[in-house]
Design a protein around this ligand. Sequence first.
Ligand code: ZN
Ligand code: ZN
Ligand code: ZN
Length: 292
Amino acid sequence: MEVTLLGTGDTTGTPTVGCDCAVCQRARNPDEPLVDQLDERGVTVGPRGVERTRFSIHVRNERTDETLLIDASPDFRTQFLREDLEPPDAALITHVHFDHLDGLGNVYRLCRELPVYASGAVDPEMGHSVAEHVRDRYDYLDPLDVQARQPFESFSICGFTVRLVPVDHPPLDTYGVVIEDPQTGGQLSITGDTRYRIPADSKDALADPDLLVADGILPADRCDSHPAGGADYDENGVPMTYGTKHMTIEGAKSLADELDATETRIVHLSHYLPAETAFDRPLGVDGERFSL
Ligand SMILES: [Zn+2]
Ligand SMILES: [Zn+2]
Ligand SMILES: [Zn+2]
């Protein structure tokens, strides 16, 4: 399983339009190119940029060359050109927010057919499922074949075994994703957009990944900037959740420990980070590539 982080930023991305904070300045003018590295497990970490476009992950089956897109970023075109990728063979949508769904229109004239997987569970807030929402929203796009799947149901895409697991991103239903390669035993776990407090059976499904891609929007000490402050405090009084919708970076690291992740990248990052360490691991940057 080859995993490429296409988009590691929050809904505004980094650099953010109209912002000249130190992080956005570093993202516009990287002072040093970051290079390929191999970690101790032999996980290949591809060239690191210093940009964070909106969320998306690309998963390729090296044996069949089939590719699965996790979420359709509004930056789809930029990401596919940047990584020199062919259009995907399948897509999966975790939830209906702009930064995860609105790129789907990019497949117009690119894909002859595209199965799009999403939860078929009815969201009480929307009155319909994520799958129905995607189907209605893109009913003009003939190539799309929206396939509803139930939470925790195992299904096969591109030779991988995939499960959607409920997380907590109020008020809308949102899902994490577990992707396993039955040939290599490799496992990618993606928390999706979520606060720290997620259901125990979802944690069980996400546990023991080779790579965890975890939501973590900003450091805990920035919770003052949210009208709702922080939530899900640990024993030292550190908020694991920023506001109500996303984990803090501390929360993402704590969850990674709890899930016993071999490798972790924190994504969905805002530009409100300390500039000196804004692009340091385990914070993800666009273009990182892993072999599981
Ligand atoms: Zn900024
Ligand atoms: Zn969201
Ligand atoms: Zn998001």
